[in-house]
Write a protein that binds this ligand. Structure first.
Ligand SMILES: [Mn+2]
Length: 384
């Protein structure tokens, strides 16, 4: 007989992006998408007869998610615990406060009968699930930075699982190894039957017994090729590594990276036509869309017909045009926006996010925001 564990990660509840609002609730559409992805994940878990659920971090996108975000999390989480399925997890980097005195929002999980380690120390739990004793070493992101960290499997458990959040040594993304490693190798090598990893948003086998579950939605064009979802991991009740692992895909908002336009020798009219053609060849309805343009002659991007851009933008959830001029390095491209308002929105959300994460002090953030908006206005007027 086997036991089945749902390993989910990186739900990023409360993530908001772009200017589109949901017509019914008036809330940010991407925030609604991300909430719906968690709900669908819970649906899939409940349809699959699992014995336990593990979340490996970045439950919330921010340290202080809005009340409606927390309520949604509690309600959906309670659908799992209400079926008497144990649900445990850890905090990731996104929701870990900078200051140890700050209360972690994941404490709310207790109200839903789930348990999350969200402090700065590893925790060890023992849970009966599916007729087996499961030992869980919960290593929240706040504990990962401790270089002396040692976690041990439990002697009293049939199956030992380590749950943690960060970049493993040797993680290779698009052919190059990530330099920034925050999970020391000795933590990961300690005799666990399974290591449930969070942080990297792709479903990914690190070792035969160590997997990233991947995120439940996409959070940027770096993830355009990812398949959002979660993992179902099977174990033998008597112990040992996974006997099977299945990636369950979750439907997500379409994200479309249009083929790059090489604009050398193009006039503003040529580029306008090329952008229009490109958008018409792809199915961009309600999608998050990016069009990259390279080698544009100096000044040509500014002459692209704004009405055409606005029309494309109306057809999708968001359209970003990234232009790099001739001789310039490719990415990150210069972002050309068809409306001043959305650039201001981007800047405001940038500052708000930094402030939320504790990167900026309140007074400084307010001043920075006021000055930045003023400079953007001046730049916008000068350009018209
Ligand atoms: Mn994440």
């Amino acid at each position: 007989m086997s036991i089945r564990i749902a390993h989910i990660s990186d739900t990023h509840l409360g993530y908001a992006r772009y200017s589109r609002l949901d017509p019914l609730t008036n809330r940010n559409q991407r925030e609604m998408d991300v909430a719906a992805a968690y709900e669908r994940t819970v649906d899939e878990i409940l349809a699959r007869d699992v014995d336990m659920v593990i979340h490996s971090g970045d439950v919330f996108d921010t340290i202080r998610p809005a009340t409606h975000v927390v309520i949604h999390f509690i309600k959906q989480t309670a659908r799992i615990t209400g079926e008497r399925i144990p649900y445990l997890g850890i905090a990731g980097n996104h929701e870990t406060p900078r200051l140890r005195a700050t209360t972690a929002s994941l404490e709310y999980a207790n109200f839903a009968g789930a348990y999350f380690a969200c402090g700065f120390e590893p925790e060890s739990e023992f849970v009966e699930a599916g007729g087996a004793g499961v030992g869980l070493s919960l290593v929240p992101h706040g504990a990962v930075l401790d270089r002396e960290l040692v976690v041990m499997p439990r002697n009293d458990a049939d199956i030992n699982i380590l749950v943690t959040h960060g970049t493993v040594p040797g993680l290779t993304i698009k052919g190059h190894e990530l330099g920034e490693v925050d999970l020391p190798g000795h933590v990961l090598s300690g005799g666990f039957d399974y290591i449930a990893l969070g942080h990297y948003h792709f479903f990914h086998e690190h070792k035969k017994n160590a997997f990233y579950a991947g995120a439940t939605e996409r959070f940027g064009f770096g993830e355009v090729d990812s398949k959002p979802g979660f993992a179902i991991v099977e174990f033998d009740r008597s112990g040992g590594g996974p006997t099977g692992i299945e990636h369950v895909e979750i439907e997500a908002r379409a994200m479309v990276d249009l083929p790059k336009i090489k604009a050398s020798n193009m006039s503003p009219n040529d580029l306008t036509d090329a952008i229009r053609d490109s958008s018409e060849k792809a199915d961009i309805g309600d999608a998050i869309v990016r069009q990259k343009v390279s080698d544009a002659p100096v000044g040509v991007a500014g002459g692209v017909d704004r009405a055409v851009l606005r029309d494309i933008k109306r057809r999708c959830l968001d359209f970003s045009l990234e232009v790099s001029e001739a001789g310039a390095a490719d990415a990150p491209g210069e972002e050309v926006d068809d409306s001043f308002g959305s650039l201001e929105e981007e800047f405001k959300s940038f500052v708000a996010a930094r402030r939320e994460r504790g990167d900026l002090q309140k007074d400084f953030a307010d001043d920075f925001l006021a000055r930045g908006v003023e400079y953007l206005k001046q730049a916008g007027e000068a350009g018209r």
